[in-house]
Design a protein around this ligand. Structure first.
Ligand code: SF4
Ligand code: SF4
Length: 82
């Protein structure tokens, strides 16, 4: 599933450059993940890089609106990087 940034985001900018899919952008007032580009980092990393670097606990969580299997996430990654 895609991840979603909660409103506890402090807009620190730490997560943006670590996303392999350019899925994170600055929003107003918090940063935003494009669910059509987020693969949970499948295709590049073993775990979501944005969650690793975010200094705020539980700020970035799974988005239940965008449930996807590992295979679907991999296919999404490959489509994004054709
Ligand atoms: Fe980007 Fe990975 Fe975070 Fe998704 S989980 S927004 S692909 S860094
Ligand atoms: Fe917001 Fe966390 Fe990204 Fe910083 S790293 S902009 S607090 S989601």
């Amino acid at each position: 599933m895609a991840l979603i940034i909660k409103d506890t985001c402090t807009a620190c900018d730490a997560c943006v450059l670590d996303c392999p899919n350019d899925a994170i952008t600055e929003g107003d007032p918090i940063y935003v993940i494009d669910p059509l580009r987020c693969t949970e980092c499948v295709g590049e990393y073993d775990e979501p890089q944005c969650q690793l670097v975010c200094p705020v606990d539980e700020c970035i969580l799974g988005d239940p609106e965008f449930q996807e299997t590992e295979d679907e996430l991999q296919a999404k990654y490959e489509q994004l990087h054709e």
